[in-house]
Design a protein around this ligand. Structure first.
Ligand code: SF4
Length: 341
């Protein structure tokens, strides 16, 4: 719902300011029509129906994966593509070598912050798209509301299209409203490739702590710059210092996301180099992510290589888990969002 349009419409109709709050409460609880908003006057419901669409996004396509993961492709009012994923967890714990860290019944949204992305990480399908623009706060919330109308949701991660730190004001404004939908700040994560001004903003911003994830993916500057050009601007040591400052202020661990790329970043020495970077141990937790095929020539690491990498980290006191991939068969997994199908 375009919240600015809602407020200006209500003001134009001479309605008291609290009406916007009433509409938002219903919307955040999953209302699918103004008719359901029974504490609004009937005539006002009719006016709003005419003037303020329930969503600022239109649904172009939806897909359901065999593991219950659902993906929606939206278009903004000016025709920009936006993709969002709902991951449904059924409590599978996985195998001993590939444990599933998810909790029973979790419903986790992967939200986009931009249409396309101006950064060009080599492994990422979104980075190969033409960059459109930053999404508004309402467009971010409307991704979540689309799924909230279907069922309860309780986790959100900004790991969809775009680099959230390049649109941090709108992202933080959206985070302020997610609790109304049932998503607590401690269950909300903003993931960055290392855009330091955004990390600093998350450190200093007033309000509850939202979790921070750093997509690190390479344990040295040379390799990182090769696969993530943003590293030329913000080198690894500076990014990790910014993460340590966030940890000191916010008293939470930084999640380190590490995509496992066969023959690129999955060697034993690279696990040791990564372990050396992540001091103090109490500040970081590593998620190893199996790579999902895009049209990139790079392949994902084998299960054995991932397990050995994790063991090398844990032997050095770095907590590490292997994330089960979700929605791979509908191109909804990490690095696959490109408005393609
Ligand atoms: S990984 Fe993130 S920052 Fe890099 S190109 Fe993809 S969406 Fe952009």
């Amino acid at each position: 719902m375009d919240l600015e349009l809602l407020e200006s419409t209500l003001a134009g109709l001479g309605q008291p300011a609290f009406r916007a709050g009433q509409v938002w409460e219903w919307t955040a609880r999953g209302a699918t029509s103004y008719e359901q908003m029974t504490n609004l006057p009937v005539a006002l419901r009719g006016e709003l129906q005419e003037r303020v669409p329930l969503s600022s996004l239109s649904v172009e396509r939806e897909a359901l994966a065999s593991d219950g993961t659902e993906k929606a492709l939206f278009a903004t009012a000016d025709g920009r593509p936006v993709e969002t994923v709902l991951m449904r967890y059924r409590g599978s714990k996985g195998s001993a070598s590939m444990p599933d860290p998810s909790r029973d019944g979790r419903r986790s949204l992967c939200l986009s912050s931009q249409s396309g992305c101006p950064l060009t990480c080599s492994f990422c399908a979104t980075g190969k798209m033409k960059f459109g623009r930053n999404l508004t706060t309402s467009e971010i919330l409307d991704q979540a509301l689309h799924f909230r109308r279907k069922e309860a949701v309780d986790h959100a991660v900004f790991m969809g299209m775009g680099e959230p730190m390049l649109n941090i004001d709108s992202v933080l404004a959206a985070c302020e409203r997610l609790p109304d939908m049932g998503i607590h700040p401690s269950h909300t994560t903003i993931s960055t490739v290392g855009w330091i001004p955004g990390i600093e903003r998350m450190t200093s911003h007033y309000g509850p702590t939202i979790r921070l994830a750093l997509s690190l993916h390479a344990p040295d500057d040379a390799l990182r710059s090769e696969i993530m050009p943003v590293n030329d601007r913000y080198p690894l040591a500076d990014v990790l210092d910014a993460c340590r400052r966030w940890h000191e202020v916010r008293k939470r661990k930084v999640y380190i996301e590490y995509l496992m790329l066969s023959g690129v970043n999955d060697r034993y020495e690279q696990a040791l180099a990564l372990a050396r970077l992540l001091a103090p141990r109490t500040a970081f937790k590593v998620n190893l992510i199996p790579y999902n095929p895009t049209d990139s020539p790079v392949e994902g690491s084998s299960r054995e290589a991932i397990a050995a990498f994790r063991d090398a980290l844990e032997e050095r006191g770095v907590p590490a888990t292997v994330r089960l991939t979700r929605g791979r068969d509908i191109d909804a997994a990490c690095g696959q969002l490109a408005a393609s199908r």
